[in-house]
Design a protein. Structure first.
Ligand code: SF4
Length: 218
């Protein structure tokens, strides 16, 4: 199955979706966005990665920045912070360059590596878009974290691909139904930029509980 262009969703939204399905829904179904310190720092770091030098050539590596990517199979569109094309005999040909090249997406993140898979899934999605666009196979990508200043290699495994594709299918279903997930109302809400819009405690109340609470609080 292939999605049409008007059904495409933002690839980067997968981070919000994995963190909290409601957060993603508020941004994409309800079009709400609140910037806090964490999101502002993340945006600045991306702006630095997305500088105007679209392509650089360093010996055996070609670096492409802010490369637009798309996948009809997943119905997503987005941008890779950096894609490195490294000379390798088992790579693909690139128009205008001699030799063959292996493709490796690199995503820049503020903070430190996370326990959950959101960053790895975003990277896997970028890799799968590149595979579909360039007809290649990508074994691994990398995540660069601002806090550790280190690059972490990520293997694009079958399991990671599966999980990523499943998340996008679920996102498409939410959008088609115009549904927003129920609030998590847990530890995640403390640092969430949308907590004032989401109101996780109130949103968990039924209509009668809401009325009772507000009448009692008056
Ligand atoms: S406040 Fe909590 S439930 Fe609401 S969007 Fe943020 S993380 Fe999700």
């Amino acid at each position: 199955m292939e999605y049409s262009e008007d059904e495409f969703i933002q690839l980067s939204g997968i981070q919000h979706f994995v963190f909290c399905r409601r957060q993603w829904g508020l941004i994409n179904v309800e079009q709400a966005w609140e910037e806090n310190l964490l999101t502002a720092e993340g945006r600045l770091m991306h702006d630095r990665a997305h500088d105007p030098f679209l392509k650089e050539k360093r010996k055996t590596v070609i670096i492409s920045r802010a490369m637009p990517v798309v996948s009809k199979q997943m119905g997503v569109t987005g941008e890779c912070d950096v894609v490195e094309f490294t000379k390798a005999d088992d790579g693909i040909s690139l128009i205008g360059y001699d030799g063959k090249y292996k493709v490796c997406p690199i995503e820049y993140k503020r903070g430190a590596p996370k326990l959950e898979d959101s960053d790895r899934m975003q990277l896997a999605a970028q890799a799968m878009c590149l595979e579909e666009m360039l007809l290649c196979h990508i074994d691994e990508g990398a995540l660069f974290y601002g806090e550790t200043r280190r690059r972490e290699r990520v293997e694009i495994t079958a399991e990671l691909r599966d999980k990523t594709q499943k998340a996008f299918r679920e996102m498409h279903e939410y959008l088609q139904l115009g549904r927003i997930a129920a609030p998590a109302n847990d530890a995640r809400c403390g640092a969430c930029s949308l907590k004032d819009v989401c109101m996780p405690k109130l949103a968990r109340l039924s209509a009668s509980e809401y009325v009772r609470k507000n009448v009692e609080d008056m």
